[in-house]
Design a protein around this ligand. Structure first.
Ligand SMILES: *Cc1c(COP(=O)(O)O)cnc(C)c1O
Ligand SMILES: [Zn+2]
Length: 439
């Protein structure tokens, strides 16, 4: 065993710097028993940087399932398992880094690349984290997993639980269903329970049930999902031969992903894989921007938004659980926050579509945010920027059709401009007329 592959010791550590209580890696903890703060995985070390880089590159030629996964390929950088024989992979990760000149121009940049997590098996970055969360459930011998979600988390959990032979329980607020994503969960065989309560009430209920019935919770408080999402940055850096971009831009909802990115980049620096940190920029939708407002106001108290509203449902979160971690990452990386309107998201999304790339609405907040951050001089036009597209275009076809046909309305009921609309054209069954039209 080389120094690059020797297992490091892992434990669960309280995120609160005033507490830092430590627990065994196999304890089932979502919050610190001492102070209530979020938990995170902590490691004794990661091995030799040059050896790791070589190992990651070599694994791209391997046919071993673990090496073919764009998450587990980087397993030395989240060494919480000591036995990989039970890991279930759907070959998550392996997502492309795509140049997008037209989007760069629109965003006020000379160049821009998209790290597109919508290429994942269930169409969002939730797969990067879910393979790790489910691996931990298997290692603990728990047979049931659960989450409260109407979106990509439930689609992803349902798929990985099915592949791993676990029972998946999805709890939904009654009458608040996002159809496309729910359809995925049903097809993957998850048991779906609609509860007459709001999101927070259901979360409290599920925590009671989790203890009582031995259910493993895979909501974004789960520290192992965060460990898996770190791979998005490792893979991006590997694809750039470990050249660090100036900025990494991503949408923020519950703020788990920015927490994962920040942790991964700090740890990559600690491991000697990179020599500086990129700056992180988190973009929120105007109707669900508690983190943006908190940071921009320099407030000391975090104020949740009671009724978050945006058509970008993946970031329609009023009380993001991971805000303390996200705050730390914005500070450590000298990052930035921005918020964007429904119109700005919709137009940016159409531009990303025109690049032949496409994404779901939440993902397009990145380009809309970049446009504002270059206009205000926070991001320089010649900066080297990577934006992370979090979900697949096909997650929300209804939104797309409405935008292009001028029928998209904001949650408040205002008609949105179809600025880059591309409506279908009705033509007669007549070759001459169609020829005329096309000339
Ligand atoms: C979950 C999700 C987000 C938000 O990520 P957080 O970690 O909650 O901030 C953004 N976009 C898509 C497509 C998602 O599925
Ligand atoms: Zn604590």
């Amino acid at each position: 065993m080389t120094s690059a592959t020797r297992p490091a010791s892992a434990e669960l550590v309280c995120f609160n710097s005033a507490c830092r209580a430590r627990y065994g890696i196999t304890e089932v903890l979502y919050n610190c028993p001492q102070c209530g703060a979020l938990m995170e995985a902590g490691y004794s070390g990661f091995g030799n940087a040059a050896a790791l880089r070589g190992l990651f590159r070599e694994r791209r030629l391997s046919n071993a399932p673990l090496d073919q996964s764009g998450v587990w390929r980087y397993r030395e950088l989240f060494p919480f398992l000591d036995d990989y024989s039970e890991v279930v992979t759907l070959r998550e990760g392996n997502t492309p880094l795509l140049d997008a000149p037209e989007a760069a121009r629109y965003g006020g940049l000379e160049r821009l690349s998209f790290k597109h997590q919508g290429f994942n098996p269930t169409g969002s970055f939730k797969d990067n984290g879910m393979t790790c969360g489910v691996a931990q459930a298997l290692r603990l011998g728990l047979k049931r997993v659960a989450c409260v979600s109407t979106g990509n988390t439930s689609a992803s959990m349902a798929a990985y639980a099915a592949a791993a032979g676990l029972e998946a329980l999805i709890f939904l607020p009654h009458g608040n269903i996002s159809f496309g994503k729910l359809a995925q969960a049903l097809e993957y065989g998850a048991k779906t329970l609609q509860v007459e309560a709001n999101f927070d009430q259901i979360l409290a209920l599920v925590r009671v049930l989790a203890d009582r019935l031995g259910i493993y919770l895979l909501n974004s408080v789960n520290p192992f999902r965060i460990e898996g999402q770190k791979s998005i940055m490792f893979e991006m850096l590997d694809q750039r031969d470990w050249q660090v971009p100036d900025w990494v831009v991503l949408p923020g909802g519950n703020l788990g992903n920015v927490s994962a990115f920040g942790k991964s980049l700090r740890e990559a620096k600690q491991a000697g894989l990179i020599d500086r940190l990129p700056r992180l920029a988190v973009i929120q939708a105007e109707g669900a921007a508690p983190f943006h407002d908190f940071i921009r106001a320099g407030a000391c108290e975090f104020r949740p938004v009671p009724r978050p509203e945006t058509l970008a449902t993946a970031i329609r979160i009023g009380d993001p659980v991971s805000w303390p971690k996200a705050l730390n990452e914005i500070r450590c990386s000298e990052g930035a926050v921005e918020k964007v309107s429904e119109q700005e998201i919709a137009d940016a999304k159409a531009i990303i579509g025109r690049c032949g790339i496409g994404c779901e609405p939440a993902s397009a907040a990145t380009l809309a945010g970049i446009r504002k951050l270059t206009a205000s001089g926070v991001i320089q036009p010649d900066a080297d920027v990577v934006a992370v597209l979090t979900g697949n275009l096909l997650k929300d076809p209804d939104y797309i059709y409405k935008y292009h046909t001028g029928k998209l309305e904001s949650p408040g009921g205002a008609r949105l401009e179809s600025t880059f609309g591309n409506a279908p054209i009705v033509v007669p069954n007549d070759a001459d007329r169609i020829t005329e039209l096309l000339e």
